[in-house]
Ligand binder design. Structure first.
Ligand code: SAH
Length: 344
């Protein structure tokens, strides 16, 4: 029989499990603290629990910890890429970015991805499987332990489509922001989606204060469909309606992510149309010069074109930033480290 993954249990669930084992409530609190606050790497570390209890926990539950396979550190800006091994042997990657305002970790929500975006390295091998809440948390826990500094921001923008792993994502968000765990403010957590409209609507109703980012990448349905197969299923108007609903319901501004691809979506007309989409829902636009994909001939626009695109949006009164490219000297782009490892 498969053992329950104890680190994925919500607080109330853990209390009930411990009660069923005949343990007092404060034992559940201690165990929760070891897992989610002290970030214990094993049951053996939990020295204020009796050996007998640790033995029983080990028999009945699975204690998930990720193993660091490789860390690449950028000499340019301190960005670190972590390659982790999951208990079943699959590998995933996470990125640590060091900003003046704190440490941000970008996590994967799935091993592989089935969304198939044309410019994305994570799409190449398809979906292996979704990650459990513990496996999403562990990426942050192991990195915090590794650097000995607090992680203050989390972005779910690594490999995978978080809204394609909805229930696990919600449990993960609850545990991560819980005051008895790392207590990362929901305002400091961003979830990025390729645009699964009905799930954006559900997320709006979860009473969370996280930031939602939509990977838009094109200002028209026709262009978007060329870059992102998911756009065939959920067309642009439907996705934008869901975003407007999210903003109305939560009061949280949405970020539109827009990968600029030379000659594909970087014209003045594209900027004008993008501004018209962003304006009514007060969304912030984050421009990402595309990480080149040689197989498809996708290249970054010239620097001047990027600047002009940004200025055009600003003329229309749009709040816009160009993502700083961190970790250029390491396998910086989405899914590249994992790809190299799998192909190696
Ligand atoms: N599935 C989610 C989150 C993972 S992708 C989503 O689609 O939002 C994180 C972001 O990186 C997305 O905006 C994605 O479109 C973008 N991205 C992927 N490959 C890229 C590349 N080669 N260049 C620039 N951005 C890329």
């Amino acid at each position: 029989m498969e053992r329950t993954d104890i680190k994925s249990l919500k607080r109330e669930e853990l209390c009930r499990e411990m009660e069923a084992l005949g343990e007092k409530k404060f034992r559940a609190d201690q165990l929760y603290q070891w897992m989610h606050k002290k970030l214990a790497g094993s049951l053996e570390e939990m020295t204020n629990l009796s050996q007998e209890l640790r033995r029983r926990l080990g028999e009945q539950y699975e204690y998930i910890c990720l193993e660091i396979v490789e860390v690449q550190r950028s000499q340019l800006d301190g960005t670190c890429k972590y390659l982790f091994r999951l208990p079943d042997g699959h590998v995933i990657e996470s990125v640590l970015m060091r900003y003046r305002h704190g440490n941000t970790v970008c996590i994967s929500s799935q091993a592989g991805c089935r969304m198939g975006c044309r410019f994305c390295a994570s799409a190449i091998g398809g979906l292996v499987r979704s990650l459990r809440p513990s496996e999403m948390l562990e990426q942050i826990y192991r990195i915090q332990k590794d650097i000995g500094e607090r992680i203050s921001n989390v972005v779910v923008m690594g490999t995978g489509e978080p809204l394609d792993n909805y229930d696990n994502l919600l449990t993960f968000l609850g545990l991560l922001s819980d005051e008895n765990g790392l207590h990362i403010s929901q305002r400091s957590i961003t979830v990025s989606t390729c645009g699964i409209a009905p799930r954006i609507r559900s997320l709006a109703e979860e009473e969370l204060s996280i930031t939602l980012a939509l990977s838009l990448h094109a200002p028209t349905q026709e262009k978007r469909r060329e870059l992102m197969p998911i756009a065939v299923r959920y067309e642009l108007p439907e996705v934008l309606d869901a975003c407007a609903y999210y903003f109305r319901r939560t009061g949280r501004r949405i970020t539109f992510e827009y990968s600029l691809v030379g000659g594909v979506n970087d014209s003045r007309e594209d900027a004008r149309l993008l501004a018209a989409l962003a304006k009514p829902i007060h969304s912030h636009v984050n421009l990402i010069p595309v990480n080149p994909v040689t197989e498809r001939g996708y290249v970054q626009p010239e620097k001047g074109v990027i600047r002009a695109f940004k200025e055009k949006l600003e003329e229309y009164g749009i709040n816009v930033t160009v993502r700083r490219e961190l970790g250029q000297d390491i396998d910086g782009a989405c899914g590249q480290l994992r790809r190299r490892y799998l192909e190696g």
